[in-house]
Design a protein around this ligand. Structure first.
Ligand SMILES: CCCCCCCCCC/C=C\CCCCCCC/C=C/C(=O)SCCNC(=O)CCNC(=O)[C@H](O)C(C)(C)COP(=O)(O)OP(=O)(O)OC[C@H]1O[C@@H](n2cnc3c(N)ncnc32)[C@H](O)[C@@H]1OP(=O)(O)O
Ligand SMILES: Cc1cc2nc3c(=O)[nH]c(=O)nc-3n(C[C@H](O)[C@H](O)[C@H](O)COP(=O)(O)OP(=O)(O)OC[C@H]3O[C@@H](n4cnc5c(N)ncnc54)[C@H](O)[C@@H]3O)c2cc1C
Length: 620
């Protein structure tokens, strides 16, 4: 049989409503139709070809990216694409580009932190792309520690201007995408100084290049920071370096939504939390979580297709060899990744809802859910990107030697994806933010303040700290409430243990530093609980289509039990389950793989294959 026949054969065996599953993946019928239409648009347009990317020199790759960006913009205008359609177009073009930062950070920062007048002034120009902006926060010396930034914005009351300056080499802006070659403007973060007093880091809009000849303006030194990891990949982006030599900007170029400086040079803090200065990062972290399932499903799709076609060993009497998908080891490495793609998809949908909710609350001056939203976006960004980066590498190995070829699509996917573990907050630094939130929650447990939302389970910690898992047989692990309680108990116990251990330190900050590894692990347990619980909530919804819900239930069990198996040490050490129950969970997991395979050898497989057309991956 030819490779295509193997695929057709596997597709033929599917026993669930494929059309309905596509809709579940997309989120709605309308979202699916948009995705399908835009995928075809991109696939049929030769300007958007991507098969030669890894062979282009940096210069040619960059030119290719500019050409694609200009063409995309032309198509968006000609076809009057909506924001959702335009954003899908960007997804299918699939090449990091300066417009990501313009639309994804520069504009949202002005919307989120600018006052009414500033939005009216800057947004129309930005929407028409008459100016192009980047997000210049990170410096050579400080990325994670935003409060450590050194660039200064000193108010000069004589001229009603700020003087932007890079006082040291380490204060050079370093990394911003779109900065190196393209941006005319930057949203820069600098220490605000009025009358000799430092008010911390704030955002300022600074013009970098002339709108006439694109040359840097006086006092601005700007350039590209050079080649990055891998061929093709993130090298399509002009990540840049920027230095200021006493550059003067008007006072109203400080974003004044969170704090203001008056004509007299008086600093005024609005009635809103100062953390809103970090709002754009929260927005993008939420986007990154939604994107993780897309990158992961691309990789899983490639590895699954390969596993169906590839045959090694096991030929009897000259018959065909065994499809590698039939090996239990291949299944146990691949199926949890497929299940994770769906889990991340659903938690991403929920996070989008949470973000929309907090935005509406902020407009009504309700800041109560901000800490939880920060913890959820930071934690989910960390856990989903780390898992996805690891999964792409695992998919490469699942394809044997062929996975190492550029034409498999996996090396470039890995190279382009892996910085997601670092940008928008290093994943460990973000987990420690979650841990800080959890420790605060535990410390308030006796205070009468009832934990709500994703930490509501902490309110039942008395029960969760002493409950016994009732699993006696492997199939008991198929019950969602049994799984949920095990994950809740593990998360609660790990947090409470950390909190107790912290109390052994006279100095809390010192304790936090010493216990950082345990705290990060407690944060992972909490975030995995969120993902598991959102998958369960999804399964409680009405899901139409023959066999669709059943398949999702199998994927849920595969996701949860594979996590339980991977983190068995945590579950057993915290006393949530016994070693025997851990072994039963593993047994059930094995049964789940083989049950899927026995009942219908292609069910899980098919779910990936149908994503192929949607995701338009470079694949075998
Ligand atoms: C029509 C046409 C349309 C065309 C469409 C095209 C579509 C394209 C769209 C594309 C969309 C999006 C894609 C974007 C592309 C992304 C590419 C990525 C590029 C990368 C960019 C970057 O990396 S930007 C730089 C990011 N940098 C970081 O993330 C730095 C990480 N560090 C920090 O965030 C902070 O320093 C840290 C939180 C670690 C510490 O802060 P610090 O103030 O020092 O504080 P603490 O003492 O720890 O905290 C004080 C209290 O504040 C709370 N807190 C901290 N952060 C937040 C927050 N963000 N929100 C709310 N609260 C926060 C913290 O919990 C403490 O609270 P407490 O109660 O006092 O304990
Ligand atoms: C491809 C790419 C694109 C980017 N685009 C932009 C952009 O457009 N705009 C922008 O402003 N920035 C951008 N950045 C910068 C990015 O946001 C930072 O690199 C990121 O925030 C991490 O900061 P850092 O580089 O200072 O890492 P560091 O903080 O120096 O991290 C180094 C190591 O130290 C550890 N570490 C640091 N602090 C702690 C701590 N408190 N506790 C325990 N461990 C710690 C980290 O876990 C990590 O292992 C981009 C980066 C990349 C890679």
């Amino acid at each position: 049989m030819e490779a295509l026949d193997y695929h057709a054969e596997e597709r033929r065996k599917a026993e669930f409503d494929v059309e309905e599953m596509k809709i579940v993946w997309a989120g709605s019928r309308q979202a699916y139709e948009i995705s399908d239409r835009v995928a075809r648009l991109v696939a049929s347009d030769p300007v958007f070809r991507k098969d030669n990317r890894t062979m282009l020199s940096r210069k040619d790759l960059f030119k290719d990216t500019l050409r694609k960006a200009a063409h995309a913009w032309k198509r968006i205008i000609e076809l009057r694409l909506s924001e959702e359609e335009a954003s899908k177009l960007r997804f299918f073009v699939d090449q990091p580009v300066f417009t990501d930062l313009h639309w994804g950070m520069f504009i949202p920062a002005i919307k989120g932190q600018g006052n009414e007048e500033q939005q009216q002034k800057w947004l129309p120009m930005a929407y028409k792309m008459q100016i192009i902006g980047c997000y210049a926060q990170t410096e050579l010396g400080h990325g994670s520690n935003v409060q450590g930034l050194e660039t200064t914005a000193t108010f000069d009351p004589e001229t009603d201007e700020f003087v932007i300056h890079s006082p040291t080499l380490t204060s050079s802006k370093w990394w911003p995408g779109g900065l190196g070659k393209v941006s005319t403007h930057a949203l820069i973060y600098a220490r605000l100084i009025t009358d000799g007093q430092d008010h911390g880091v704030h955002g300022f809009i600074v013009q970098l290049r002339s709108l006439d000849d694109h040359l840097p303006l006086p006092g601005i030194t700007v350039g590209d920071i050079g080649m990055k990891f891998g061929s093709g990949a993130y090298n399509s982006m002009d990540n840049g370096v920027l230095r200021f030599d006493h550059v003067r900007i008007l006072r109203d170029q400080m974003l004044m939504g969170v704090s203001q400086v008056t004509r007299e040079g008086k600093f005024m803090q609005s009635d809103v939390p100062r953390q809103l200065v970090y709002g754009t990062m929260v927005y993008v972290r939420q986007k990154i979580v939604a994107d993780a399932s897309c990158a992961l499903s691309r990789a899983v799709c490639i590895a699954t297709r390969y596993s169906v076609v590839r045959r090694q060993f096991g030929s009897h009497n000259g018959g065909p060899e065994t499809q590698v998908i039939d090996y239990k080891t291949q299944q146990s490495r691949l199926f949890p990744l497929l299940a994770s793609a769906y889990a991340f998809r659903f938690v991403g949908e929920w996070l989008k809802w949470l973000y929309t909710d907090v935005t509406q609350r902020l407009q009504a001056s309700d800041f109560s859910t901000l800490p939880e939203v920060h913890a959820c976006t930071a934690g989910l960004k960390s856990v989903t990107t780390s898992a996805t980066a690891d999964a792409i590498e695992e998919c490469r190995k699942l394809c044997g030697g062929h996975g190492y070829l550029s034409s498999s699509g996996l090396p470039e996917l890995f190279a382009v994806y892996v910085p997601a573990c670092t940008y928008e907050g290093d994943n460990v630094v973000l987990l420690l933010q979650v841990a800080r939130f959890l420790m605060k929650t535990v410390s308030q447990l006796g205070s009468g303040k009832k934990p709500v939302g994703t930490i509501a389970y902490m309110g039942r910690s008395e029960h969760l700290l002493q409950c016994r898992c009732e699993v006696e047989r492997a199939e008991d692990w198929l019950k969602p409430n049994v799984i949920l309680e095990a994950f809740e108990a593990r998360a609660a116990r790990m947090s409470v243990t950390c909190a107790k251990n912290l109390n052994n330190f006279a100095n809390q900050e010192e304790g936090f530093a010493q216990l950082a590894t345990d705290l990060a692990e407690a944060a992972v347990a909490h975030v995995q609980l969120i993902i598991v619980s959102k998958f369960i909530e999804k399964l409680q919804q009405d899901i139409p289509g023959k066999g669709v819900k059943r398949q999702l239930e199998i994927l849920f069990n595969v996701y949860a039990l594979s996590l339980l198996h991977k983190h068995l040490g945590d579950f057993v050490a915290s006393g949530c389950i016994t070693p025997k129950q851990g072994a039963l969970a593993n047994e059930q997991l094995r049964l789940l793989y083989s049950q899927v395979h026995f009942d219908n050898p292609s069910l899980l497989l098919y779910m990936v294959l149908l994503l192929e057309r949607l995701l338009q991956s470079t694949s075998f």
